[in-house]
Design a protein around this ligand. Sequence first.
Ligand code: FDA
Length: 754
Amino acid sequence: MDSFIRVDPVGIAGGLALFWKGTSMVTLKKMCSWFIDVEIFDASLNKSWRLVNVYFSSDDTIRKDQWESFIHYKACLGPDWVIWGDMNDLTCAEEKQGGNARSSWSFRGFKNFIDAYGLVDLGFSGYLFTWRNNRSGSDYVQERLDRVLATPSWRILYGQAVVTHLETVGSDHNAILLNIRAAPSFFRSPFRFDARWIEDEESFSVVQQAWATPIQGSKSFSVYKKIQACRHALVDWKKRKRSNSADTHENFLQCLSLQYPNSNSISKVIYTRYNSSYESVLESAIRLEQFFPPAKVPRPLVIVTPLLEFHIQAAINCSKQHGMQLRVRSGGHDYEGLSYISYQQAPFVMLDLVNFQSITIDVENSTAWVQAGATIGQLYYTIAKKSPTLGFSAGVCPTVGVGGHFSGGGYGMMSRNYGIAADNIIDARLIDVNGRILDRKSMGEDLFWAIRGGGATSFGVVIAWHVKLLPVPETVTVFTVNRTLEQNATKIVHQWQSIAEKIDEKLLLRLFLTRANSSQYGKETVQASFVTLYLGGVDTLLPLMQQSFPELGLVRSDCIEMSWIESILYFSGYSGEPLEILLNRTSSSYTTYFKGKSDYVTEPISEIGLESIWKRVLEYPEEVTEMQFSPYGGRLSEVSATATPFPHRAGTLYSIHYGVVWNKAGENALNRNRRAIRRFYSFMTPYVTKNPRSAYLNYRDLDIGVNNKGNTSYEQASIWGLKYYGINFERLVHVKTRVDPGNFFRNEQSIPPL
Ligand code: FDA
């Protein structure tokens, strides 16, 4: 910016700032504590106009006096002028969200002020409101306090002028940008009335209906909006008439522009295959090598990276209107890539929540709001920066997104003490199929229940989670102790099955089983790695281990004391790295060719059973690269099996995660490895749960069943639904039937409606 004029605030109220580019065309005419009047000379029109920047007081009496003063002052402004700034008033109830409702008469004064000059509200693009009180929960209020009003003759001079609400840091108001010569957005073709439409009688009723739409606000604003509504209705009508139009993508983009006609901002967050950044945006959160180009997997027709909630609402509305599926991506860790791939051969839009990463920690109340596009690493980091004695119970890999992870469960190293992530969610903001923004209260307990473990993607788009933060001691202890078959691993693992679920809940002994070199030259063995977190110091851990699990032979030198956040680095393989590594969303160390599956165990596997598993692992190395046995019990068992859709509670000893990793590209390698791990899964049948053979939703596995491309019956979906959700599947189907009966939010394993 080349120049500016400012009026300082009084305390934290008021204050004005006007910035502009160029030096010669702006002349200050008058300024006082609540306004700045400048004359602007437009060389291209050889004409001057006036711009009055105001801060109207929030005190009703003072504001009315200011209006009076302005009425007298206005005589020296000439015909072409604009007044803009913080009006501290509204014209209708829709301009406010939250807090006490205002009576309709309370808007009259401001509307009269606008009508007195026949001023035109220039509308806006960007977020719906320009001010927020930054309180939480039901006290949160947002209003459109700032606006730009112009005289009709100014509006005619600058027909292309647009107003944008800009995001600001450090203020409770958005900044306002007035661009008097905005270029039309790249996908919006200018509206032209086609005289031939008159020949179709339907066009009359289209106009009549659109004109009848009730509009709140001043008279001139209402006329302006009605004309706009007619324009949009005609364009829509014309589009519907074009019955054989196959250009879904064009229609979708057109629809977005119509949803928010004054919004340029939405064009900045759209990527089609013709955009050079399309590939890089798509690939930025692909975690599995097999889904990177040139893999032949269906790609989104359009990617939207919303900046604002209304971008998400618009994407939902337009996808619905144009028969497009919608996929939502948070961290992109889905094992089958369902957040960015659709195997259902329908054109689809991908909503990438990468711009929804903000995290607000409330240390006093031990809670946090975390936006759905943040990663668990970002959440852990932000908590640790605020408090050394608060933490959160979720997964190990820092690049996992909270959007998918929390809505599918979220098991981690503190789960025996605090349950899964979903157990610690106290509120959420979700956009439903009708584009409504709901919180726990407005969505109701049934839907709030469903999105905490039932996979939110069947029900809407989660924008943010409100979570309960959990106390962690200043010192925790970690260890990794390895035992091979030669070091008695079979007996130790056998014993582990009996104690890991019962032991003190502050202790989580996770077990990783891999092939390793044997002490006998040239031979391979199985190695059991006990990877452990204890929420306390080594002095209490050692006697506990000695008493409950002496077979492991843990000694003090195996143990490392550290802070909880350092343990996050330890388990994710980043020991010694700066904490900031947790903010990295794109770590390649977690990207690989991979296929995973899961199981649950409720009866300990006998020593003979374990030995036959080891034999299989060694004889068929291609079938499984690693198994993880994750102990349950503790808090996980205390929560009832129906409290959330995650049913794996009391009676579950541990879960098994199978993974096969390979390093060769191509379809053949992919299919070969998929077949191999399926054989291993089949081999494990006698050792794991039956009827249903349970599985963990977050380890998504399309092998266990998928939806049809059209409707899927309850019975068919039960095949995999009962595996993931057990007795909760039926309730999930009922919630789905109520909130999304048309099955808009669907994927290969979404909950079908009845
Ligand atoms: P992604 O963005 O791919 O979303 C997954 C699913 O959730 C998709 O169906 C998507 O549409 C939906 N979704 C995402 N955001 C949404 C939103 N805002 N609203 C509605 N739906 C949304 N699990 C675990 O419990 N403990 C662990 O320790 C680990 N560790 C781990 C490591 C690695 C390397 C991987 C690849 C995976 C894990 N997981 C895990 C599994 C992980 O929890 C699971 O893949 C999550 O679904 C990932 O969530 P993302 O948001 O990252 O995925």
